[in-house]
Design a protein around this ligand. Structure first.
Ligand code: COA
Length: 703
């Protein structure tokens, strides 16, 4: 990406407002007024065919009439004129074309949007929008939008897909006291998308944290790639996570791949912290923009009240933060700064008698101690203490500790005085909140961020298989047959081509062949009908298990054939699969979907009832690294079953994780071919004894 071109959108030195109006109340008037009111120091050129002056500025009939060069154009003319002014702007050498106008792809006119993108490409002009509010920057004193004013100054920058929400958030930066440098309305993303904005903001010296409000996008893989490389924290609120492409699913995995799970997985792989709602987006943005990430596990909570301490402890459990007691020598030292009835455990309760000095001394000591990775400081307003004094004590203790690489968050519970004290803390770089829960929640964000950063740095493993052609031959044969689903035998052959441990399975067309293959596989065997017209094999009487000898194999062959014909007289029967009978193990399911946003995506969960009823599954966008595969095993609710419960030996997690990695490589390598797939069940044996894919299903992409 040419950064200078995007500078034309986000930090232009001159702006033409095309469609500037003389009439107050019109968007074309407001944008000119906002640029002036925000004290924009660059040149402003209002463009209007009939007016001569707007708000004291000389007006030009077209952008071509402007005597100097122009870096950005903010467009507020009706949609039908946008292509024409894009052409003129391109010719003029405009770098950033900011289209406020609505009436494009969001209302069925993608053609009009494509036309301006084409014009932009021809002239090397980048397009923001259309259908946006504009863009705002405190660093450049630039309100190039119809949002009322620049946001409360701060170090975060927000990119929002919703314009209305951006305007609302702009105003609430003041009431919530969360400061932003830039607000970027990204709208229809006809050209500049989230990935472009993230890449640019990551280099922007006035931005320390990138906040995103996302409704949905197409460029999922580009988003992951760019976010993984970003060196600043990124936090995302994704809305619209209810129904997502799962409706027409042909596999188990397809029906379970909701947007919440797939986006959640992608954010994790991209190193992007998630926000649960708008409040949480603001709260977490504040902490991520002011504090360093939390490396390590040990949070120490310091409080003057038992109640808020318990609330924080509950929150720690909710956000999966283990609260350990500090080592004895730390507790002894802390005890020196509290009365006899205080507690040096965790939370450290310096009691309601605590004044500024006790806060100061405990914080200064604890923050500098190597055992402590992060501090949460809580305060309940008391009659004997002044919240502002306490706030100053906290700040000076943090400064005097000399620690710069650990985070601290604060919660003051009280009235106006506490509120004022928290305002002061935030202005001095310490995130402070009215609820202890939130002070802990933001710490979880700082910890997750540090963890995800480390994982995002992990190299991605190679994915091609030397047996790719073999898999393609099987797939092409099915396509030639006019099928878009592989049979179990075919699906297993494709799996095997990518090193997945499938049960030995062969296709028998005659009784004699069945007996011969059963001997080859080795008794006992399982026999199953293979027919693209019989999906529910057991219901059709098409499965026989534990067949122990030639006689039973012969009988099973005829019975299954008979049952199948009874079930569906005109079924196209390929034959009967003779399959190794795998010893029983823990049932899990692996599967994949080709997600509309992120492409090939893996699912893992416990099989049987767990997947049917509890939907206890987890996702990752392919390719899945070994660390990610191990995480998948531990993040489902049923994880203890894999780890070994009630005296049961642990399952072979290593081989299961390897299988997930190989499976993910397969779906990536065959992403043009495979639409959905399941390996269900996969049996997992004791440690060292491996796994076996017992049944397999592959649905092909329609071509
Ligand atoms: N070059 C320069 N100026 C032009 C022009 C051209 N080719 N064609 C028209 N204009 C001028 C008009 O003369 C008018 O100025 P005037 O008021 O002084 O006469 C001005 O541009 C605006 O045109 P107008 O026809 O009055 O449109 P409008 O102001 O009613 O609406 C938009 C224009 C862009 C605001 C409207 O079409 C729109 O898209 N609104 C929705 C915006 C929005 O909500 N965005 C997304 C937020 S999430």
């Amino acid at each position: 990406m040419d950064k200078n071109v995007l500078n034309g959108l986000f930090r232009p030195k001159s702006i033409a407002v095309i469609g500037a109006s003389t009439q107050p109340g019109k968007i074309g008037y407001t944008v000119v007024e906002n640029l002036i009111k925000s004290k924009y120091e660059g040149k402003i050129y209002p463009i209007n065919p009939t007016a001569s002056e707007i708000l004291g500025l000389k007006v030009y009939p077209t952008i071509s009439d402007v005597p100097d060069s122009v870096e950005a154009a903010v467009v507020t003319v009706p949609a039908k004129f946008v292509a024409q002014v894009a052409e003129e702007s391109g010719k003029k050498g405009v770098k950033g074309f900011i289209v406020i106008t609505s009436g494009f792809s969001e209302s069925g006119r993608r053609d009009m949007e494509d036309e301006i993108v084409q014009i932009g490409k021809r002239y090397g002009m980048r397009i923001l929008g259309p259908n946006i509010v504009g863009t705002l920057s405190n660093a450049d004193k630039m309100n190039a939008s119809f949002a009322p004013f620049l946001p409360l100054p701060g170090k975060a920058s927000l990119v929002s897909q919703s314009g209305a929400l951006l305007i609302a958030m702009d105003a609430s930066t003041y009431t919530r006291r969360v400061g932003f440098d830039k607000l970027v309305s990204i709208g229809n993303m006809s050209d500049v998308n989230f990935a472009d904005a993230i890449e640019w903001l990551n280099e922007d010296p006035s931005t320390s944290c990138i906040s995103l409000y996302i409704e949905g996008f197409k460029d999922g893989r580009q988003f992951i790639e760019v976010s993984r490389k970003a060196t600043k924290p990124i936090i995302a609120l994704k809305s619209g996570v209810s129904a997502h492409g799962a409706a027409a699913a042909a596999s188990h995995t397809g029906s379970l791949a909701g947007a919440a799970k797939v986006y959640g997985a992608a954010f994790q792989q991209a190193g992007v912290v998630q926000a649960s709602d708008l409040d949480n987006l603001f709260d977490r943005t504040l902490a991520l923009s002011l504090q360093p990430p939390m490396t390590g596990e040990n949070i120490l909570i310091i409080t003057n009240g038992g109640g808020v301490g318990v609330l924080a402890t509950d929150a720690a459990e909710r956000y999966n933060i283990p609260l350990k007691f500090a080592p004895a020598e730390v507790q002894e030292e802390l005890k020196k700064h509290m009365p006899e009835f205080g507690s040096a455990k965790n939370p450290v309760d310096i009691t309601g008698m605590a004044g500024t000095e006790w806060y100061h001394d405990t914080i200064k000591y604890a923050f500098a101690h190597p055992w402590v990775d992060a501090l949460v400081v809580l305060y309940c307003e008391t009659a004997m203490t002044d919240p502002s004094e306490i706030a100053r004590g906290i700040k000076s203790a943090v400064d005097e500790s000399g620690v710069k690489d650990k985070p601290v968050s604060v919660s003051f519970v009280g009235g106006d005085k506490s509120d004022k004290a928290m305002k002061w803390l935030v202005e001095n770089g310490i995130p402070a909140y009215g609820a202890p829960d939130v002070a802990v929640n933001v710490m979880a964000a700082l910890r997750d961020y540090a963890r995800m950063r480390a994982e995002a740095a992990e190299p991605i493993e190679p994915c091609a298989s030397e047996n790719r052609q073999l898999a393609l031959d099987i797939i092409n044969r099915a396509r030639t047959d006019g099928r878009d689903a592989l049979t179990e035998v075919e699906a297993k052959e494709v799996f095997a081509a990518y090193g997945l441990p499938v049960t030995k399975t062969h296709l028998a067309k005659t009784e004699a062949e069945a007996i011969q293959l059963a001997n080859q596989v080795g008794y006992p065997v399982v026999m199953k009908i293979v027919s693209p017209d019989i999906l529910h094999k057991s219901d059709a009487g098409g499965v026989k298990v534990n067949i122990k000898d030639d006689k039973a194999a012969g009988e099973a062959f005829s019975t299954i054939m008979e049952n199948a014909r009874k079930y569906k007289a005109d079924a196209n029967i390929h034959g009967i699969a003779i399959q190794e009978m795998a010893p029983w193990g823990t049932e899990v399911i692996l599967g994949s979907v080709n997600d509309p946003t992120f492409g090939p995506t893996m699912m893992f969960g416990l099989g049987g009832i767990f997947v049917e009823v509890l939907k206890d599954v987890t996702f990752r966008v392919a390719p899945v690294t070994s660390t990610q595969a191990a995480q998948m095993l531990s993040e489902i609710r049923g994880a203890p079953i894999i780890a070994g419960v009630r005296g049961e030996a642990p399952r072979d997690r290593k081989e299961l994780a390897n299988t997930i990695c190989r499976y993910s490589n397969m779906i990536l390598d065959l992403s043009d071919e495979i639409s959905e797939s399941d390996a269900n069940p996969v049996l997992v044996y004791e440690e060292g004894k491996g796994v076996k894919v017992v049944d397999a299903r592959i649905i092909l992409k329609k071509k």
